[in-house]
Design a protein around this ligand. Structure first.
Ligand code: G4P
Length: 530
């Protein structure tokens, strides 16, 4: 099959949501449509064990589970087309971390799940900010319509305001909670009638192209007129769907449903595969790389450590950007300038791992390594390339490391640098005093770091609190200004593991103030890997 045919059928995406909005439930239904799982509950069971927090065994368990569910690949047929779907996990509970952000650098589109009762919640806002960096197209699913929630128009207004993205409703709900009757598909002009507790997707669908059709009154009673009024209102108030705006990331098509009842999920998936883009071009420092190019290229966006101290290997996850990967091929690891043979790459089918024979742009492969691969590394067939857009994200939580045995300072340094290369945590060394400050996005990363320092580097460390709450990488074109800034802010400056200067502030207010006072200094929220 030609490369183009393979590329065209691939869809690589992640789900962005706040905990408890219904991501796991929706994932499970999507996998069922793809025939990847037969039984509801399989994904749920994994998630239940993921809620475990941080003692050693539990972390180990948790890491093992995350590996298995990092990527789920399944096939799906819609409207006579075959699709190969790569669904990348975006951990959102205790294991919410920088990885969750970085996964979004490896997708071509995203699905956003919003709980109709809670509207837009903080974690969704953060993840949306990451999507906006690459203008990732987003399809929205407003979930839990079987419960009383916010008014649909208010929800759309909230999405538009908080997430700064135009909403184009594709379907419209009829009632909610106990009065939820279903949705009217505004484009297909059909009514999907809801019945609670359906295990399949055989909800009644009735073609109603003209809303004055009296069948609407028979089916919906007094709610028929409410629907008519709503849709009349929408015609003036809501934006029509525009594919170009969607692909540019400035508009999101919105669907309503109830994941747990499997209602609206098939419609969502059908529209998603049709509208969302196949793998597209990717920027490297040298040039833009197109997926249909014959030469293989890929970048590492995630490294998963095996928490078993007896097996120190790690799995590096690569997103393929061009060409064809075949088992046993040699690829060039450009940062090290070495050719390596990849005998066994792993591809993640929905439930189990299997060895890859062939993979194409958009696919994710896992490669075992012993610490030589860093986040952001590029592998290609031959051409020296360095993909961009897989950055470090400014941490949001901070701890000062306390070393229990001062003789182990060297090991501590080594361990922290390696862990930061894997993206497990970020390390900053203060300019004054040379203390280690760790930065993370999720609190579990701190527990994992201490546990791994102990198990892998024989370093006994713990944490003390710090005042720092915000970090920004700082650069300046004017060397004199930079020197002045360094002198005045020495106590708030640190170097990260790659030696980049970082400003640490005790509050967002303090950061804003400093930014205003120092217009020549650029404060960066992300930092590209070298
Ligand atoms: P998450 O992965 O985004 O964290 O959410 P998850 O799917 O686990 O769903 C969170 C809770 O919301 C679960 O309830 C789930 O059953 C419920 N839920 C998901 N979709 C719907 C829906 O369409 N309607 C309603 N009413 N509830 C929904 P739970 O009580 O926390 O867990 P469980 O006991 O049901 O497993």
């Amino acid at each position: 099959m030609s490369l183009n045919t393979e590329i065209e059928k691939r869809r690589t995406f992640g789900i962005i949501s706040h905990p408890d909005a219904g991501k796991t439930t929706l994932t499970e239904k999507l996998l069922m449509f793809g025939g990847a799982i037969q039984m509801a509950g399989a994904v749920k069971a994994r998630k239940a064990s993921r809620h475990a927090t941080s003692d050693w065994m539990k972390i180990e368990q948790e890491r093992g589970i995350s590996v298995a569910s990092s990527v789920m690949k399944f096939n799906y047929q819609s409207n006579g087309h075959d699709y190969e779907i790569n669904l990348l996990d975006t951990p959102g509970h205790q294991d919410f971390s920088e990885d969750t952000y970085r996964v979004l650098t490896a997708v071509d589109s995203a699905m956003m799940v919003i709980d109709s009762g809670n509207g837009v919640e903080p974690q969704t806002e953060k993840l949306m900010e990451v999507c906006r960096m690459r203008n990732t197209p987003i399809v929205t699913f407003i979930n839990k319509l079987d419960r009383e929630g916010l008014e649909p128009l208010d929800l759309l207004a909230e999405i538009e305001e908080k997430l700064q993205i135009e909403c184009a409703p594709m379907s419209w709900p009829i009632g909610m909670g106990k009065a939820f009757k279903g949705v009217y598909n505004l484009y297909k002009k059909e009514l999907n009638l809801f019945s609670a507790g359906s295990k399949t997707n055989d909800f009644d669908t009735i073609q109603i192209s003209d809303l004055s059709d009296p069948r609407l009154d028979e089916l919906l009673g007094t709610q028929a007129d409410e629907l008519r009024d709503d849709i009349e209102l929408l015609e003036g108030a809501a934006d029509p769907f525009d594919l170009e705006h969607f692909l540019a990331g400035s508009q999101t098509p919105v669907f309503f449903g109830s994941a747990i009842n499997n209602f609206g999920v098939k419609e969502l998936l059908d529209a998603f595969v049709e509208l969302s883009p196949a793998p597209g071009p990717r920027d490297a420092m040298e040039r833009t790389v197109h997926p249909e190019e014959a030469d293989f290229s890929a970048f590492c966006f995630k490294i998963q450590a095996n928490m078993d101290p007896m097996h120190r290997d790690r799995i590096a996850f690569f997103r393929i950007c061009s060409g064809r990967f075949s088992k046993g091929m040699s690829v060039r690891h450009h940062r090290l300038g070495k050719d390596i043979k990849i005998p066994n790459a792993t591809i993640f089918m929905a439930q189990n791992r299997s060895h890859v024979e062939e993979a194409y742009a958009g696919d994710i492969i896992g490669i075992h390594n012993h610490g030589t691969i860093k986040i952001g590394d590029t592998f290609t067939g031959k051409e020296p390339l360095k993909f961009t857009g897989i950055p470090n994200f400014a941490p949001e939580l901070f701890r000062r490391v306390r070393l229990k045995d001062p003789m182990k300072r060297k090991q501590l340094h080594k361990g922290l640098v390696q862990l930061s290369e894997e993206g497990a945590v970020q390390v900053f060394k203060t300019m004054l005093g040379g203390d280690y400050i760790l930065g993370a996005v999720g609190v579990l990363q701190f527990d994992v770091t201490v546990a791994r320092l102990n198990a892998e580097y024989k370093v006994d460390a713990d944490y003390v609190a710090t005042d720092f709450q915000v970090a920004r990488w700082v650069t300046c074109k004017d060397d004199k200004k930079m020197a002045e800034f360094r002198r005045l802010f020495e106590s708030a400056l640190a170097e990260d593991a790659d030696g980049f200067l970082t400003y640490l502030a005790s509050s967002a207010w303090k950061l804003n103030y400093t930014e205003e006072q120092w217009p020549d200094i650029t404060f960066h929220k992300t930092r590209e890997h070298i």
